[in-house]
Design a protein around this ligand. Structure first.
Ligand code: ZN
Length: 200
């Protein structure tokens, strides 16, 4: 197919097409909108991306992404230091925060156990999780993992790891649909699943 634009705009379209939720068609449309609204949209977006690219880092305490380490959530003294909510991914942490589902602290595992994909315990931030629990202030660990096979396998594995530490371990209620990913749930369902959590 002949290109209708020069390589610079083609590159913009190709990069946009790799953003989740955008395919090649939407990327083309988005690129055109950005170019048409150069001052209101393209310029500010480019600047926001430049700043984000320079300053974003991973919180060494919880695994959230932010521009400070410890992150904003870890530094917030209003949060409950006795409750730790374990999530697979930063997207899940953000979903729970959008839903105002908890005032606890977070721990991002960075994935779930998945033998088929070659993801084992060493690939997740489990050592860091155990170290945080071993500090002694945490009384309840809430496993807010996806209701997928891998998510639930991981939940059981983490429960066994935590057993010697004498903390209460619970998981989200089954308001989370089987196979459901937290990031796609509406805020009401997510908050209810947190409130009605059950002991592991
Ligand atoms: Zn943090």
């Amino acid at each position: 197919m002949a290109s209708v634009t020069g390589p610079e705009i083609e590159r913009l379209i190709q990069l946009l097409a790799r953003v989740p939720g955008l395919g090649p068609r939407s990327a083309r449309r988005a690129a055109l909108q950005l170019i048409k609204k150069r001052e209101q949209l393209l310029g500010p977006l480019a600047e926001a991306m430049r700043v984000a690219n320079e300053r974003i880092l991973t919180c060494t305490t919880c695994g959230n992404v932010d521009t400070s380490d410890p992150c904003t959530l870890c530094r917030d003294e209003r949060r409950d230091p006795t409750t730790l909510v374990v999530v697979e991914d930063v997207a899940d942490l953000w979903a729970l925060e959008r839903a105002n589902a908890t005032t606890g602290q977070y721990h991002v595992l960075g994935g779930v156990l998945s033998p088929l994909d070659g993801v084992g315990p060493k690939d997740l931030s489990l050592d860091r999780l155990i170290a945080r629990v071993a500090e002694g202030e945490i009384r309840e660990v809430i496993l807010a993992l996806n209701a997928t096979v891998d998510g639930q396998t991981t939940a059981h594995y983490v429960t066994e790891l935590l057993a010697p530490h004498g903390v209460k371990v619970s998981r989200l209620a089954h308001g989370v649909p089987v196979g459901g990913e937290l990031d796609y749930l509406d805020e009401g369902t997510l908050a209810a699943a947190m409130r009605q959590r059950t002991a592991m």
